[in-house]
Design a protein around this ligand. Structure first.
Ligand code: ADP
Length: 520
C-alpha cells in the first residue's frame, strides 16, 4: 500500500530521478564518499559559515533535470562590505606570513582536494552538469593550481640593479597588493577559483570571492577544505548571491577602496562594465573574457590527429569553455574528407545525457537561455545557407540538452562564426590559402585561444607568430596547465593567470633607492 501511495504522489519522471539519486547515494556510500559533508548552505566569511544579513536565500538547481539541489545565502552589497572589511583586517597579518608558511598551507589544501576529488567532482556534475569524468579532470586541474602556487610563493624574487650613480643603490622588491576580489563563472566552478585564489594567497593577499550563481556549491566546498588545510579565518571569504545581486556586489567590489585588485573571468560585456567601475579607484585588474577561437586545419595536416584535437577543443564541457574552437577553418584540399570523417567521429564518440550516466560525454548546457542561444545560431546559419551534417536541434525531454552538431558550408559572415557559440556546434568554413586563413582567424575583436594543424614545420612557425591570440595550440588542443600562462589579447582580456607570471597579478613592485655616503 505504501508503495502505491508513493507512486500516486510522484510522476514517472520524478520517480526515475528519485531512484537515480538513491542509487547515486548508495554508490557514494559504498565508495566511502560523503558528499553531504561538502554541500554547504551558508557562505564563508571570517572563517564562519554565515547567512545573508537579510536572511534571503536562492536555490541551486541541476541543469540536467531542473531539480533543486539546495539553497545558499542571497547576499547583497552590505554583506560584501562586511566581507571586504574582514579581508582587509586579516590582510594586515597575512601579508607578513613567511612564504614557507603560505606554501605549507597551500600544499595541504592541494592534498585535501586530491583526497576528496570524488566528492568535489560530484558537486560539479550536480550543479554544473559536466560529465563526471570531466568533473574529476577539473578537480585535478583545480588542485594543481594550489600545488603550483604552493611552489611559486617561495620564488617571488625581486632585483638588485646596477647602481645609476656612485652614491645610490637600487633594488626592486615585490609585495602583496592587498585584498583581492574575484568574480568567477560557472563553467569551471572549482578551477577558476583556485587559479585566482592560489596566486593571491601565495602572494600574501587575502580574498573576497563571489562565485557564479549557478555553481556556488563547489566554491563553498573548497572553503571547507581550506579550513581543514589551516587557511586562517578571514584569508579566504566566499560570498554567494543570486544574479539580481551580482551587479550591486560587483559594484561594491570594484568601488570599495579597501580592495586593491579585481580578477574576473566571464563575458566581455560584464568585464568591460567592471573595468569602467574600477576606473575611479584605479584598481589593478585581470580580465579573462570571451573568445572566438579559430581551429585551422591545413592541407598538410594529419586529418585524424586534427579531428581528435577538435573533439577536445570543441566538445569538451559540451562546448562551454572560453577556449573552445569556435570557427573551424579547413583548407579546400582536405575539407570534404575532414567533414565526413568528423561526422563519423561525432556519431561514434559522443553521448548526450546526465553527467553521472556511464559513457556520457555531453552533459546539459547550463540553462535554458544557453539552449535558446545555440538553437538560434544554428537556425540562423542554416537560413543563410549552412548545411546540417549531424544534429542541429535540442534533445527531446527534460534538461537543457542540445545534440552535438556539425555544420558545413559556413561562411565568415554568419553569426555562428562571429559570436561565441558556447555550445556543441562545430561550424566548418572552407579556405584556400594560408594568408586567407590567418586573415580570417585574426578578423575578430577576440584574442584568447587559437589552434592549427600542419605537418609543415615552416608553416608552424609562420602561423603561430602571425596569430593575434594569447594562446596557440600547434598540433595540440590541450593547451592549458598551471605551468603556463593563460590570457587573452585584444578584447579577450588583460593580464594572465598561471605560469611564472600569474603571481605578479597579486604583487606590487616597489623601487627602493638608497642614498649612501662614501667614506672620505
Ligand atoms: P555568463 O553569461 O557566462 O554567465 P557573465 O559574464 O554574465 O557570463 O557572468 C560571469 C560572472 O559574472 C558570474 O558570476 C555572474 O554572476 C557575474 N556577473 C554578471 N553580471 C555582473 C555584474 N554586473 N557585476 C558583477 N558580476 C556580474
Amino acid at each position: 500500500m505504501a508503495g502505491f501511495a508513493t507512486r500516486k504522489l510522484y510522476s514517472k519522471g520524478a520517480l526515475l530521478y528519485r531512484n537515480r539519486i538513491l542509487c547515486q547515494a548508495l554508490r557514494m556510500a559504498s565508495s566511502g564518499m560523503n558528499v553531504a559533508a561538502f554541500q554547504k548552505d551558508k557562505a564563508y566569511v571570517d572563517g564562519k559559515w554565515v547567512s545573508a544579513k537579510s536572511g534571503k536565500t536562492f536555490e541551486v538547481t541541476n541543469p540536467s533535470n531542473g531539480k533543486v539541489l539546495g539553497s545558499v545565502p542571497d547576499m547583497d552589497r552590505s554583506d560584501a562590505q562586511a566581507a571586504i572589511e574582514t579581508a582587509y583586517r586579516t590582510f594586515q597579518a597575512w601579508k607578513s606570513t613567511l612564504p614557507k608558511e603560505r606554501s605549507d598551507i597551500l600544499r595541504r589544501w592541494f592534498e585535501l582536494c586530491v583526497k576528496h576529488k570524488k566528492e568535489l567532482a560530484t558537486l560539479i556534475t550536480l550543479e554544473m552538469g559536466k560529465s563526471f569524468p570531466e568533473a574529476e579532470g577539473e578537480i585535478a586541474y583545480s588542485a594543481n593550481f594550489l600545488e603550483w602556487y604552493s611552489e611559486e610563493t617561495r620564488r617571488t624574487y625581486g632585483d638588485v640593479t646596477p647602481p645609476p650613480a656612485h652614491n645610490k643603490r637600487v633594488m626592486v622588491i615585490k609585495q602583496p597588493i592587498g585584498v583581492a576580489a574575484m568574480i568567477t563563472p560557472w563553467n569551471f566552478p572549482s578551477a577558476m577559483l583556485t587559479r585566482k585564489i592560489g596566486a593571491a594567497l601565495a602572494a600574501g593577499c587575502t580574498v573576497v570571492a563571489r562565485p557564479a550563481e549557478d555553481t556556488p556549491l563547489s566554491a563553498l566546498a573548497l572553503c571547507e577544505l581550506a579550513e581543514q588545510a589551516g587557511v586562517p579565518p578571514g584569508v579566504v571569504n566566499v560570498i554567494t548571491s543570486s544574479r539580481e545581486n551580482a551587479s550591486p556586489i560587483g559594484k561594491e567590489l570594484c568601488e570599495n577602496p579597501l580592495i586593491a585588485k579585481i580578477s574576473f573571468t566571464g563575458s566581455c560585456a560584464v568585464g568591460k562594465l567592471l573595468l569602467s567601475q574600477c576606473a575611479n579607484t584605479v584598481k589593478k585588474t585581470s580580465m579573462e573574457l570571451g573568445g572566438n577561437a579559430p581551429f585551422i586545419v591545413f592541407d598538410s595536416a594529419d586529418v585524424d590527429k586534427a579531428i581528435q584535437g577538435l573533439m577536445f577543443a570543441k566538445f569538451r564541457v559540451t562546448g562551454q569553455t572560453c577556449i573552445c574552437a569556435n570557427r573551424i577553418l579547413v583548407q579546400e584540399g582536405v575539407y570534404d574528407k575532414f567533414v565526413q570523417a568528423l561526422a563519423k567521429v561525432i556519431d561514434s564518440q559522443l553521448k548526450v545525457g546526465d553527467g553521472f550516466e556511464p559513457g556520457v560525454t555531453q552533459g546539459p548546457l547550463i540553462n535554458k537561455r544557453a539552449v535558446e542561444k545555440v538553437e538560434n545560431l544554428v537556425n540562423s546559419s542554416v537560413g543563410e545557407g549552412a548545411k546540417v551534417v549531424v544534429g542541429g536541434s535540442r534533445k527531446d525531454g527534460p534538461g537543457n540538452f542540445f545534440n552535438p552538431t556539425l555544420l558545413r558550408d559556413v561562411t565568415t559572415e554568419m553569426s555562428v562564426a562571429k559570436e561565441e557559440i558556447f555550445g556543441p556546434v562545430a561550424a566548418c568554413i572552407k579556405f584556400k590559402t594560408e594568408d586567407e586563413a590567418i586573415a580570417i582567424a585574426n578578423s575578430t575583436s577576440y584574442g584568447l585561444a587559437s589552434y592549427f594543424y600542419t605537418n609543415d614545420i615552416s608553416q608552424s612557425y609562420r602561423v603561430s607568430e602571425a596569430l593575434e591570440f594569447g594562446m596557440v595550440g600547434v598540433n595540440e588542443a590541450a593547451i592549458t596547465s598551471p605551468e603556463t600562462t593563460f590570457g587573452g589579447w585584444k578584447e579577450s582580456g588583460l593580464g594572465s593567470e598561471g605560469g611564472k607570471y600569474g603571481i605578479n597579478e597579486y604583487l606590487a613592485f616597489k623601487n627602493i633607492c638608497y642614498g649612501i655616503q662614501h667614506k672620505a
